[in-house]
Ligand binder design. Structure first.
Ligand SMILES: C=C(O[C@@H]1C=C(C(=O)O)C=C[C@H]1O)C(=O)O
Length: 135
């Protein structure tokens, strides 16, 4: 059996110099590209850790809602969050429409998780599914 012991958190078989451009562009251009990509690699790793932490928190919300038979989605909270993120995005020179789309994508996934948690909770406690939703 082969043992895999990463030398640093997140180290794996990732090749930071992997590129379809290798051999097709000037070496100095490639060097500059790889240097910029090293920042992109750090940012992407951070995004994964941030999302993992966010989902840890939203899972806790899902269990709390299931235990108290609350609806998975909270449109009032979502509207407030989206308005806030749109303002932050504008200040940060990020397209607010993209920020909204991205948050909506994540929220959609969170709501799916909450629905699954509620179903599991109802199945294990013998309760009937909750049909009412708050507007
Ligand atoms: C996490 C929650 O559940 C849902 C998911 C949200 C989110 O991912 O930010 C926000 C509101 C809810 O629709 C919550 O109610 O706080």
């Amino acid at each position: 059996m082969t043992q895999h012991t990463p030398s640093s958190p997140g180290a794996d078989d990732f090749d930071p110099s992997a590129s379809s451009l290798a051999g097709h562009v000037d070496e100095s251009v490639m060097a500059e590209l790889l240097s910029i990509r090293s920042s992109i690699d750090n940012i992407d790793a951070t995004l994964v850790y941030l999302l993992a932490e966010r989902f840890k928190a939203t899972q806790k919300v899902g269990f709390l809602k299931a235990a108290h038979r609350l609806p998975a989605g909270d449109p009032g909270r979502e509207a407030a969050q989206i308005a806030r993120l749109r303002r932050l995005a504008e200040d940060a020179h990020l397209d607010p429409a993209f920020a909204e789309k991205f948050l909506n994508f994540i929220i959609g996934e969170v709501i799916r998780h909450h629905e699954a948690i509620a179903e599991d909770h109802q199945a294990s406690s013998g309760q009937r599914p909750q049909t009412s939703a708050l507007a």
